[in-house]
Design a protein around this ligand. Structure first.
Ligand SMILES: [Fe+2]
Ligand SMILES: [Fe+2]
Length: 292
């Protein structure tokens, strides 16, 4: 995961990756486990509107960027997030076909994010973006560091998340740099929006998961069991959540910068295999196999 080494990766927008999402993918593509699958699926429903919001909030400051390198990074960040939106929309079409209310989730996201843009100064919505990008970078690190998590995943969906993780790592500092160097937002702005995102992101994800469990036909008693076992799996000692707390808390240190959060060896493995094969499934498999 992180080793404290300061390594910055180039931001490479990639287009037209084929994950075979129109294929015969099982409903519970993550080892047949409803809770784990729906955790990822719920996040996928948040990405299209969320990533459009991130693009908008970074774009607010585009005209004020004078550094050509930062202009290039912002351009490539926008391209990457645009591609993520497209691929997740394609994946979410599968969920809609299962009965998940994808359009209602989208419009609720638009309502909530639109409200934030109406009531908050632009620096705060950019701080919200930087905070969300910190969360996605943490997930990118941990999902592939914890090799057992995606061990029994469908290789196509795992490859989609591997590619998304790789690009989230590449552009993890863009919103943060615009926030601190161009918007010149202070510590309070950055932290208050991190606290907001830390509350709203899991809450929203869990509400959508519960909706998905209802669509799947689980009774309230079965759902209670799923939640008890699932939350224990997430929050128990050694679970998914506790080991990432130091990485999460690093954001609260004055003087923090995303590139101080280190190096991801499997990123380099993904980039190497993808450059050789142009096959995102092979690159995803290689990244997963490395687990570091
Ligand atoms: Fe993304
Ligand atoms: Fe991102």
């Amino acid at each position: 995961m992180t080793d404290g080494v300061n390594v910055k990766y180039p931001i490479v927008p990639r287009q037209g990756l084929d994950f075979g999402l129109d294929g015969d993918i099982p409903r519970y593509w993550l080892g047949g486990d409803a809770f784990k699958t729906r955790l990822f699926d719920a996040m996928s429903t948040l990405f299209p509107e969320g990533e459009k919001f991130f693009i908008t909030c970074v774009r607010d400051y585009r005209d004020r960027i004078t550094d050509p390198q930062m202009q290039g990074e912002v351009r490539d960040f926008i391209r990457q997030e645009g591609q993520h939106t497209m691929v997740h929309v394609q994946f979410n079409n599968r969920l809609r076909a299962q009965g998940v209310q994808v359009d209602e989730i989208d419009s609720e996201m638009r309502r909530v994010l639109g409200f934030m843009r109406r009531i908050l100064p632009r620096s705060f919505t950019l701080a919200q973006t930087a905070a969300a990008e910190h969360m996605t970078a943490i997930m990118a690190h941990s999902f592939f560091h914890r090799r057992e998590l995606l061990e029994h995943a469908d290789p196509r969906i795992r490859a989609m998340y591997a590619w998304h993780a790789v690009e989230e790592i590449e552009h993890k500092a863009v919103a943060f740099d615009v926030l601190t160097k161009v918007a010149k937002a202070g510590y309070f702005t950055r932290i208050i929006m991190m606290l907001y995102v830390s509350l709203i992101f899991p809450l929203h994800t869990f509400l959508i998961m519960n909706h998905m469990f209802q669509v799947d036909g689980f009774s309230w008693r079965q759902r209670a069991g799923l939640w008890l076992r699932g939350l224990w799996w997430l929050y128990r000692p050694g679970g998914l959540y506790l080991p990432v707390i130091p990485h999460y808390l690093a954001y609260f240190i004055p003087g923090y910068h995303p590139w101080k959060a280190g190096r991801m060896m499997s990123y380099e493995r993904w980039a190497e295999v993808y450059a050789k094969t142009h096959d995102p499934i092979a690159a995803g498999d290689a990244m997963h196999a490395m687990g570091a």
